[in-house]
Design a protein around this ligand. Structure first.
Ligand SMILES: [Zn+2]
Ligand SMILES: [Zn+2]
Length: 358
């Protein structure tokens, strides 16, 4: 790649400035206020959004968990999907190679609809996107079928604001299975509903494209997640209907779901915490590989407004590479990146000592 292009891609970040002296009220009111003040200073690079900033003042009420209410429709559909995906694995060797490429394309495309779309653009507002890119991402997101963007972002902002409490929809303190998929199979904890309803979602309500997806979500997902991925191999290169359905649709869909869910389960349970040892989320390289760049999860919870969801840029992070390419052709802009100095200050202040700079 020519040097000017690299410059173009890597240029034009909004970065933080480091403020080394803590403000006086932080000193007076102890660590919690200092934490809040630090968050406040770091979040200056994205003043338009506050709803994903961790709120340490929220604590779980004491007492037993309410009785689990199973959502049988979801349990049956998820079980059927996973049986279909397992059968799909047995069909992979006998697919036409075009079908492998197509299934892989659908995996990357729909994963970007979650990572670059629902996550980094719409939940966290870490960069801005022009209409053609937003249309691309909403189509990709609809193929991923993980609830519409509005609902995904509301759950995700609650996950950051009330991390690892009962108001976090996939509270990792309730174990691997619950934070992976179990949370989708039972009714939400009352705290999720209560706190989720108070989140400011006005930015998404005002975005016509997001509301359009929400309005036509059922026909949209049937077309993008199931019909289109199945018909393309069958129609264009004469793949059998069975291979198209079980490999390009069920297997691909289940892989993207599980890769995303691993961010909520594995990346909250296994890995180092170089940026903040006081939170549950962790750095997990394997998760990053599957979830196209979303496994640098201790960093991401420490700095939710960084468009790379990582201290680094293209290191095991296809989503950042994609956003940078979109920026190079003018479709993405205003990418928020935390300055190295702020990161190092945070590592020093709250890291677990595993960072190479420690
Ligand atoms: Zn996030
Ligand atoms: Zn998380």
């Amino acid at each position: 790649m020519p040097a000017h292009m690299l410059q173009e891609i890597s240029g034009s970040y909004t970065t933080t400035t480091t403020i080394t002296a803590p403000p006086p009220e932080g000193l007076q009111n102890g660590r919690q206020n200092l934490e809040k003040t630090a968050h406040h200073l770091e979040e200056d690079i994205r003043p338009e959004m506050k709803e994903d900033i961790y709120d340490p003042s929220y604590q779980d009420a004491k007492g037993p968990l309410p009785k689990l209410e199973y959502v049988w429709r979801n349990i049956i559909l998820m079980a059927l999907l996973h049986v279909g995906a397992l059968y799909g694995i047995t069909l992979v060797p006998s697919c036409k190679y075009h079908t492998w490429i197509w299934a892989y394309f659908c995996y990357v495309f729909s994963a970007l609809g979650i990572t670059a779309g629902a996550h980094r653009l719409w939940s966290h507002r870490t960069y801005k996107a022009r209409l053609p890119l937003r249309v691309f991402l909403i189509l990709a997101n609809t193929m991923a079928f993980q609830n519409d963007v509005y609902e995904w972002a509301r759950d995700h902002r609650a996950h950051h604001k009330f991390s690892d409490t009962h108001a976090d929809p996939h509270n990792s303190r309730r174990g691997f299975f619950f934070s992976h998929v179990g949370w989708l199979l039972v009714r939400k904890h009352p705290a999720v509903k209560e706190k989720g309803a108070l989140l400011d979602m006005s930015d998404l309500k005002a975005e016509k494209l997001v509301m359009f997806q929400r309005r036509y979500y059922i026909p949209g997902l049937l077309l993008m997640c199931f019909i289109l991925p199945t018909l393309v191999p069958w129609y264009f290169w004469g793949e059998t209907f069975q291979h198209s359905l079980f490999v390009a649709t069920f297997l691909r869909y289940a892989v993207v779901l599980n890769a995303t869910w691993l961010v909520n389960s594995a990346a909250h349970l296994y890995g180092y915490r170089p940026y903040d040892k006081n939170i549950q989320s962790r750095e997990n390289i394997l998760v990053s590989m599957g979830a196209v760049g979303e496994g640098f999860h201790n960093y991401h919870h420490a700095f939710p407004y960084d468009y790379s969801t990582s201290e680094y840029r293209w290191h095991i992070n296809f989503t950042t590479f994609f956003i940078d390419c979109m920026a190079a052709i003018g479709l993405a802009y205003d990418r928020k990146k935390v300055s190295k100095a702020s990161i190092l200050a945070r590592i020093k202040r709250t890291g677990d000592g595993s960072h190479k700079s420690s």
